[in-house]
Design a protein around this ligand. Structure first.
Ligand code: NAD
Ligand code: USQ
Length: 380
């Protein structure tokens, strides 16, 4: 299978590209290395010393067929079309977006950049495929945040909600109402609508993976060679909560719990991200159907419980802070992940062994931690 991975140099994209290549996919990564330039701009490089993309690709040859082309899919549609025309993918996996909620809320230029980048990227991809007459299976990375995080409608289903329309008493299935909590999450709601239209009008087969917060850093394959090591973000904008708390615990920084820590969120380990995407690639929906949605999550926890678990293990205190975000202080969350489970997904769950693995990554590189980037600068 020829698989084009948009955003394959990123935190989720790199281990997934390696995993797909190891499973026999012929992988071509497209990336504009924007994540690396943003990290330079905000003076917060990956905690792990990631190799250049050229060195990564050279080291990855022992794993399988994997190549790289530089391309900005949001601004360089001509190049995108050239690459699509040459490569003729069977599957396109689309990770290539600005993915930080706090970054998207920093100010005017970050709000506009996030919308321009994410929406144009998705539309350029779909429009180019129409123009070229190609119909690969498109696997898009969405987010749990498209639903909002509550149980107003019970357990969160996979993309569609069964309702009875009051006026007609008819039972119908509707797209789950979007309820984003940041500009970034808003772009994922819009992405879904864009892809739904392309599926309806041009018969695309689309899978939208509403993924929870990814934790961990390495997979079996990224550990197999120093130049395959994955990125690890711990700063206030790009670090995600569990990886942040784990890294803080190794340098004695009070654990940055926002508000009461009563926010319930869904989590998934990075190794499972790669495995789930492999499963999704092999299970396209039928042509002419609505986008297939899978909730790509393993388990749900509150931030407070995670922080307490880490504090108990390491003795580092919890530093409750005023919440810099506009979100519910406490929420219930129940999420179905039946789609991927029915395809064979057996989730890795948080356990001591895995947490130790992350801690050892942090310990190995803790001299690179810059305390001044730990606090988030975004407020909304
Ligand atoms: P990341 O920022 O590490 O990776 C994104 C990659 O896309 C980067 O390498 C970046 O350079 C590239 N990119 C961005 N804009 C591009 C453009 N216009 N043209 C070409 N390349 C571009 O992010 P990640 O954590 O790997 O997330 C990947 C995807 O998964 C994102 O779409 C994100 O929304 C989604 N996701 C991530 C998480 C998480 O916890 N990390 C959770 C749920 C969903
Ligand atoms: N939080 C803290 N302390 C911190 C950082 C975060 O208490 O130091 C809290 C936040 O207030 C929030 C929760 O932890 O309630 C999660 O925050 P996060 O930064 O880990 O995650 P989020 O901003 O939602 O975004 C991340 C990824 C994004 C992905 C999303 C999946 O950056 O790309 O889409 O997780 S989900 O959250 O399920 O929508």
């Amino acid at each position: 299978m020829k698989t084009l991975v948009l955003g394959g140099d990123g935190f989720c994209g790199w281990p997934t590209s390696l995993h797909l290549a190891s499973q026999g996919h012929d992988v071509l990564i497209l990336d504009n290395l924007a994540r690396r330039s943003i990290a330079d701009r905000i003076s917060s490089p990956s905690l792990t010393p990631i190799a250049s993309i050229e060195k990564r690709i050279a080291a990855a040859q022992s794993i399988g067929s994997i190549a790289f082309e530089f391309c900005d899919i949001a601004t360089d549609c001509l190049r995108l079309k050239e690459i699509l025309a040459q490569f003729q993918p069977d599957t396109v996996v689309h990770f290539a977006e600005q993915r930080s909620a706090p970054y998207s809320m920093l100010g005017d230029s970050e709000r506009r950049f996030t919308v321009d980048n994410n929406i144009n990227g998705t539309n350029n991809l779909m429009s180019s495929l129409v123009e070229l007459g190609q119909r690969p299976h498109v696997v898009h990375l969405g987010t749990m945040g498209v639903y909002g995080y509550n149980d107003d409608f019970g357990e969160i289903p996979e993309g569609y909600l069964d309702v009875t329309v009051k006026q007609t008493q008819k039972d119908v299935s509707i797209c789950y109402p979007g309820n984003p909590g940041s500009i970034y999450h808003m772009t994922k709601v819009l992405d879904h609508t864009i892809m739904q239209f392309y599926a309806k009008n041009w018969g695309f087969r689309i899978t939208d993976l509403h993924q929870g917060i990814v934790w961990g850093t390495d997979t079996e394959l990224t550990r197999s060679h120093p130049q395959l090591i994955n990125r690890f973000d711990y700063d206030g904008e790009y670090g995600t909560v569990l990886n942040r708390l784990l890294s803080q615990s190794q340098v004695g920084h009070p654990l940055t719990v926002y508000g009461t820590g009563g926010q319930s969120r869904a989590f998934i380990h990075i190794q499972d991200t790669a495995r789930c995407i492999h499963l999704a690639c092999g299970n396209a929906p039928d042509e002419g159907s609505l986008p297939q949605v899978f909730n790509q999550i393993a388990e749900v926890h509150t931030v407070r419980v995670l922080a307490q678990m880490i504090s108990d293990k390491t003795g580092v205190e919890i530093g409750f802070q005023d919440n810099p975000r506009k979100e519910a202080a406490e929420n219930q969350l129940r999420v179905s992940n039946q789609g991927l489970r029915s395809l064979g997904f057996e989730p890795i769950t948080l356990d001591d062994h895995l947490m130790k693995e992350i801690e050892s990554t942090v310990v190995a590189f803790k001299d690179r931690i810059d305390h001044s980037v730990i606090d988030s600068k975004a407020r909304w």
